[in-house]
Design a protein around this ligand. Structure first.
Ligand code: NAD
Length: 390
C-alpha cells in the first residue's frame, strides 16, 4: 500500500500547493485565477468534450481553454466563438502538429476514441506539450508503454484522466478505509454496466475491439478495475475472468459483452467485478471491511454520487458536496504542470489497468484460469494521501 504523505513531507517534496490545499481544503467552487492559468488544447469534440469538459473550464481555477482540435471546422469555430477563442486557436487533425508553435497551449487534453490516444499523445509530446489523456489510456499495453516513453523523452507530464481519484465520495471512502476505522479490507464488489446503442456513433467505435481495446470492459469495467485497486489500496496478484457474450447479437462480433472477473490481493482481499454493454445501467461499488460495509451507489457518476456506511456505528449517508470532477481534474493537471501537485494518476497508473484488462481478457479467452499479475507495480501516490476530499 502507498504511504500516507504528511504535509511536512509534501513541503519537503516542493509540493507546497498540495500541502496548503490539504490544510485548508480546496473550495468546491474556487475563485478564478486571473493569470498564470495553464492553457489546454482539447482534442476531439464529441460527447464528453461537449457535455462535460468544455463547460468545466468555466469553473477551473488554474486551467483555461486555449485551443480546439477537431475534424469538423464549423462545429469547432462555433464552439471557439462561444468560448472566446479566435479562429487561429482552431486546428484540424492534419494541422495538429502546428500546436508546437502556439505558446498559449501548454497541455493537450486527449478526448478521442481510445485507438487514437497513443498517436495524439505522442504527437503532443513531440510538440513539447504536456498531456492529459482520457481513460482507458490506449487500446494495448504496447501503446501505453509508447506513450510513457514519449513523455519521458520529451520531459513532459502524462496524466490519465481518472476522475474518481479527485471525486469527494471516492476519496472519503479511501480515506476511511485507510484509517483502519472499519477493520481490514476484505471484499470489493463492483458493477459497471449499461446498454449500448450501435446506431450512436459514440458507441459504434466502443463496440469495435480494434478501436476500443475491449468493449464494455475498457469503457466501463475500467472504473471497477481501478476502483477495486484504490479502495483496497493494493495491487492484484492474480486474476480470473469469465464472459458471457451472445455472438449473434451484432454488437458483440468483436468485443465481449458480460465480463465477470475476480482479483486476489496480497492481503487476501478479493474483488468481484462485472461489466456489460447489454444490461440496465449502474456504476456502483460495495467495499466490505471486517467491521463495516461502505457503498458507493452511484459511485462513479459525473454527479449525484453517494457514500453510505452500513453495519457500523457510523451507519448512514456521508454527505459530501458534488463538485465538477472535470474542472478539478484539469486544475490538478495544471498544478502538476506548475510543479505544485504530485502526478497522482500518471501514465504508469493507466498502464497498470491496461495490463489488468489484458490479463482479464487472457483469462476469458482460456475459460477462466488464474493469470498471475504480481509484476510489482506500486502506485507512486495514494490519492487518499495527497488529494483533499473537497
Ligand atoms: P465520442 O465518440 O462522443 O467523441 C469522439 C470524438 O472523436 C468525436 O468528436 C469524433 O468526431 C472524433 N473522431 C475523430 N476521429 C475519429 C474516428 N476516426 N472515429 C471516431 N471518432 C473520431 O466519444 P466520447 O464519449 O466523447 O469519448 C471520448 C473519450 O473519452 C474516450 O476515450 C472515452 O473512454 C472517454 N470518456 C471518459 C469519460 C469519463 O468519465 N472520464 C466519459 C466518457 C468518455
Amino acid at each position: 500500500m502507498s504511504q500516507v504523505i504528511s504535509r511536512r513531507e509534501l513541503i519537503e517534496l516542493g509540493l507546497a500547493g498540495v500541502a496548503a490545499a490539504t490544510a485548508t481544503s480546496v473550495s468546491a467552487s474556487p475563485a478564478r485565477a486571473s493569470d498564470g492559468a495553464v492553457g489546454f488544447a482539447v482534442v476531439g469534440l464529441g460527447k464528453l468534450s461537449l457535455g462535460q469538459i468544455l463547460p468545466a473550464f468555466r469553473t477551473c481555477r488554474n486551467a483555461r481553454l486555449a485551443a480546439l482540435v477537431s475534424g469538423h471546422r464549423d462545429k469547432a469555430l462555433r464552439l471557439a466563438a462561444e468560448h472566446n477563442l479566435s479562429e487561429g486557436a482552431v486546428y484540424s487533425y492534419e494541422e495538429f502538429d502546428r500546436i508546437a508553435h502556439n505558446p498559449e497551449i501548454e497541455a493537450v487534453y486527449i478526448v478521442l476514441p481510445n485507438f487514437m490516444h497513443a498517436e495524439y499523445s505522442v504527437r503532443a509530446f513531440k510538440a513539447g506539450k504536456h498531456v492529459l489523456c482520457e481513460k482507458p489510456m490506449a487500446t494495448s499495453v504496447a501503446d501505453a508503454e509508447k506513450m510513457i516513453a514519449a513523455a519521458r523523452a520529451a520531459e513532459r507530464k502524462l496524466m490519465i484522466a481518472y476522475r474518481c481519484h479527485y471525486e469527494p465520495h471516492n476519496l472519503e471512502a479511501m480515506r476511511r478505509v485507510r484509517s483502519g476505522r472499519y477493520g481490514r479490507p476484505r471484499l470489493v464488489v463492483t458493477d459497471m454496466v449499461r446498454q449500448s446503442d450501435p446506431s450512436d456513433p459514440s458507441d459504434a467505435w466502443r463496440l469495435d475491439m480494434a478501436k476500443s481495446g475491449g468493449g464494455a470492459l475498457a469503457d466501463m469495467g475500467i472504473y471497477g478495475i481501478n476502483g477495486a485497486r484504490y479502495l483496497v489500496g493494493e495491487e492484484p496478484v492474480e486474476v480470473r475472468a469469465w464472459a458471457n457474450t451472445n455472438r449473434s447479437d451484432p454488437r458483440f462480433r468483436t468485443v465481449e459483452d458480460l465480463v465477470a472477473w475476480q482479483f486476489r490481493f496480497p492481503s487476501g482481499a478479493i474483488a468481484n467485478g462485472s461489466t456489460s454493454f447489454a444490461t440496465g445501467g449502474a456504476m456502483k461499488w460495495d467495499m466490505f471491511c471486517a467491521n463495516a460495509r461502505l457503498r458507493g451507489d452511484p459511485g462513479c457518476y459525473y454527479s449525484g454520487n453517494r457514500l453510505e456506511i452500513f453495519s457500523h456505528p457510523d451507519q448512514g449517508e456521508v454527505k459530501l458536496p458534488d463538485i465538477d470532477q472535470f474542472a478539478r481534474e484539469m486544475d490538478w493537471m495544471a498544478d502538476v504542470v506548475r510543479g505544485r501537485a504530485p502526478l497522482v494518476s500518471p501514465g504508469e497508473e493507466g498502464l497498470q489497468d491496461m495490463r489488468l484488462i489484458k490479463a482479464i481478457l487472457d483469462s476469458v479467452a482460456r475459460g477462466g484460469p488464474a493469470v498471475r499479475t504480481d509484476w510489482g507495480y506500486k502506485r507512486a501516490y495514494d490519492p487518499a494521501a495527497v488529494v483533499p476530499v473537497v
